[in-house]
Design a protein around this ligand. Structure first.
Ligand SMILES: *Cc1c(COP(=O)(O)O)cnc(C)c1O
Length: 349
């Protein structure tokens, strides 16, 4: 018998990350830091002590408590997810009804639209200004006028690298009836987080991830922080054993390593500063060829007159960055990686 895929998934293609052997990977905003020998030993120990025959703790209590301790929030306001990606998917499937209107910003993280589409909601996009700034009052009135049930955006923003201040986000959340899903995946690199006050809002779910600053993308750990009522709803709709026992154990070990985390953060910040200033130097040398956007994150967005050509040439030298239309998004890497990518771009220019 013939089976026809439904209209909403018929034209979807599986997500295709860059595969193959690239010597320099600056495309996914990951950390370049590795665990120390001592930390690796603790990780191995933790993995060896997992009860492999048992289902994991459905609420990942130890892990959530380590996360809560790291950020100074109450653990009753924290839910763990299989990456924040899972939490985005769960929230967009459960907190809105089919046919409801949601809003995201443009440009912003593409997964919001994708999960909105799968859940058959109407997804509006608030268009940012050409310099990627956001007119806050316009955004607020747009959310109110269009009867938006859920607003989701990243702050700081992937891919622009820019952010709204804490004061601006407070105003936004306080001015709308919509549920605001605030994705702070890159807030570890900036100082405008709302995490300590997230549970004071009626209509805010804040998301964090261990995939960026913490250097644990492989573990798939994300967190939602919200008031107890929203937290209870997130816990009720997620799948019971969403975070595997290895990730729970290893995540708990790593989140306790405050010194290691702090030194990694300092290294990434220094690297970002270095890469950014080298890009600025290129911009001054070739003002017709590129424009560099400010960034409060671990990556830099650059508009190139010939982004496609530069992207292709980088690929030939086994260096991969993210190509987004006229833009390349370049993650801060090690000193050597930064030097290499700059040298390669310069030689194409
Ligand atoms: C990388 C990223 C995430 C992280 O997703 P995980 O599933 O936790 O790895 C979430 N939001 C944005 C905007 C990101 O760039």
């Amino acid at each position: 018998m013939m089976f026809n895929l439904n209209a909403k998934i018929r034209d979807l293609k599986p997500y295709e990350p860059v595969v193959g052997h690239y010597s320099i990977r600056l495309d996914a905003n990951e950390s370049f830091c590795q665990p120390t020998k001592e930390l690796l030993a603790k990780i191995k120990d933790a993995a060896a002590n997992v009860a492999f025959n048992r289902y994991p703790d459905p609420y990942a209590k130890e892990l959530c408590s380590c996360f809560a301790d790291y950020y100074g929030v109450d653990e009753s306001t924290v839910t763990a997810g299989n990456g924040s990606d899972e939490l985005i998917s769960v929230i967009l499937s459960a907190f809105v009804m089919k046919g409801d209107t949601i809003m995201t910003l443009s440009p912003d993280f593409s997964m919001y639209r994708f999960y909105g589409h799968l859940n058959e909601v109407k997804c509006l996009e608030y268009q940012k200004n050409s310099d990627f700034s956001v007119d806050l009052d316009k955004l607020i009135s747009s959310v109110r006028e269009r009867n938006v049930r859920l607003l989701i955006f990243s702050n700081p923003c992937n891919p622009t690298g820019l952010g709204l201040t804490r004061e601006e986000v407070r105003k936004l959340v306080g001015s709308v009836h919509a549920l605001v899903v605030l994705d702070e995946a890159y807030m570890d690199f900036w100082d405008q987080s709302l995490i300590r006050e997230a549970a004071n809002f009626d209509n805010l779910i804040l998301l964090r991830t261990c995939s960026k600053m913490f250097g644990m993308a492989a573990l798939r750990l994300g967190f939602a922080v919200a008031n107890p009522a929203l937290t209870s709803a997130v816990r009720a709709v997620k799948s019971p054993y969403n975070v595997n026992a290895c990730s729970q154990k290893i995540g708990s070990v790593v989140l306790r390593e405050k010194d290691w985390i702090a030194s990694g953060l300092a290294e990434i910040k220094a690297s970002q500063k270095e890469l950014f200033s080298m890009l600025r130097t290129l911009e001054n040398q070739y003002p017709q060829q590129l424009r560099v956007f400010d960034s409060v994150t671990n990556f830099t967005l650059v508009r190139f007159a010939e982004s496609g050509r530069i992207f292709e040439e980088l690929m030939k030298t086994r260096t991969v960055v993210r190509c987004l239309g006229d833009f390349l998004r370049i993650t801060a890497g090690t000193h050597e990686e930064n030097m290499q990518v700059i040298r390669q771009i310069e030689s194409v220019l």
